[in-house]
Design a binder for this molecule. Structure first.
Ligand code: PLP
Length: 399
């Protein structure tokens, strides 16, 4: 073949974004954070829990760095952490998992979900996500060319309607994402709801990918149930969780997933390609935490955040908004009432300008056109910062 035959390719524009790359990359949460910093406000927009890291966890990681535990770990994570996770899962969820074949330590819950999506989904597959949903779930699905299909939970209490779930299923549906407790609305799926979803998953042969990162942030005596606890669901359920929230270490990037050995090898293969392993010394810090922190640590964590939830809800009510009181996670979605603005993003900006409190536009958690009356407030903040935010919000109260 003559070189001239391919000369035409010089006309092709090769410098450009992929089809998948977003044209606008700044998320509303990041935009609000920048604006909040500019005006010196209190940031309740970002879901970063900036409370103190438990000493045993922080010291464990520091010691690991000093002891030279800084090299790559096995691709599925250090044995001590996998063993500790398996023991904890058995204690808290009543599920027996094999730490050598069914546990993968991941680079955060986010890294775990990405590897799951790469290993188990094909382009064009449809995956149900309950709305309101966590944006990363939908975007991760898009990044493997799968389609997130929103299934609305019904306000005011975000009830699940199984008929709506069935109606969303097509021959292309492969999975559903359950997030319990839910970011952003704080719904905690009940056993009855999960049994309903399990029956649908079994009938239509679907996976359930369940993100349980807020499992310990649970209030008012509500119980966290995992879909993996429903009889007959282990094989088709991938449980994803992590330490970012429980140990206040969002920047460490340590999470884990539980999956049937049949899937775990391929998920681990993609996790290795993406991240090689979760950061080694932080795996050691988390292992110390999981091994040494007993049930009272988790009870105190929930109790402390329940008090913050009450403060947040009271302040939003005083400010003339209508908060949806969450049963779990650490956010409150609130209807904004009289705040000016045609969209949630405008209302969030108006609130920041008036009070110096940053929240996220509710629309970030819905399909386009929905959630425009809602703002999401994160209450996992240091006591003084939350108190200051609540004081500022209360000043909005109609005089
Ligand atoms: N899953 C949900 C539902 C979240 O809200 C968040 C963070 O806000 C994450 C996962 C991120 O978890 P990780 O830090 O373990 O990647």
């Amino acid at each position: 073949m003559l070189r001239a035959d391919v000369a035409d390719v010089s006309a092709v524009d090769r410098l450009g974004l992929s089809e998948l790359a977003p044209r606008v990359v700044q998320s509303e949460i990041r935009a609000m954070t920048v604006e909040c910093d500019r005006v010196g406000g209190v940031n309740l927009a970002q879901g970063v829990c900036d409370t103190e890291v438990p000493a045993v966890v922080a010291e464990g990681a520091t010691r690991a760095i000093r002891d030279g535990l800084n090299i790559y770990t096995r691709l599925d994570g250090i044995a001590r952490l996998r063993n500790a996770i398996a023991a904890k899962v058995e204690r808290t969820l009543g599920i027996a998992v094999d730490p050598d074949r069914e546990v993968l330590v991941t680079s955060g819950t986010t890294g775990g979900f990405h590897a799951v999506a790469m290993a188990l989904l094909n382009p064009g597959d449809e995956v149900l996500v309950f709305e309101p949903f966590y944006g990363y779930h939908a975007n991760t699905l898009r990044s493997v060319r799968a389609t997130a299909v929103p299934v609305a939970l019904k306000e005011p209490d975000w009830a699940l309607d199984l008929d709506t779930v069935r109606a969303a299923i097509t021959p292309r549906t492969r999975a559903m994402v359950v997030n319990t407790p839910v970011n952003p609305c704080g719904k905690v799926f009940t056993r009855v709801e999960l049994e309903g979803l399990a029956a649908i998953a079994q009938e239509f042969d679907l996976f359930i990918f369940t993100d349980e990162i807020y499992e310990h942030f649970i209030y008012g005596g509500v119980k966290h149930i995992s879909p993996a606890m429903i009889p007959g669901m282990r094989e088709r359920t991938i449980v994803m969780s992590g330490f970012s929230k429980t140990f206040s270490v969002t920047g460490w990037r340590v999470g884990y997933l539980l999956a049937d050995a049949k899937w775990l090898g391929s998920i681990g293969y993609f996790h290795d390609l993406l991240y090689v392993c979760a950061p080694a010394p932080f795996q050691h810090g988390c292992a110390d935490g999981v091994e040494q922190l007993g049930p009272e640590f988790y009870i105190d964590l929930a109790r402390e955040h329940e008090a913050k939830r009450t403060m947040m809800v009271d302040a939003l009510r005083a400010a003339g908004m209508t908060p949806h009181v969450p049963d779990g996670a650490y956010y409150v979605l609130a209807s904004t009432g009289s705040l000016p603005g045609a969209t949630a993003a405008e209302k969030a900006r108006a609130l920041l300008a008036k009070t110096g409190v940053a929240a996220v536009a509710g629309s970030a958690f819905f399909r386009p056109g929905k959630g425009e009356d809602l703002l999401r407030f994160c209450f996992a903040k240091k006591d003084a910062d939350l108190a200051e935010a609540c004081r500022r919000l209360k000043a909005l109260a109609p005089k």
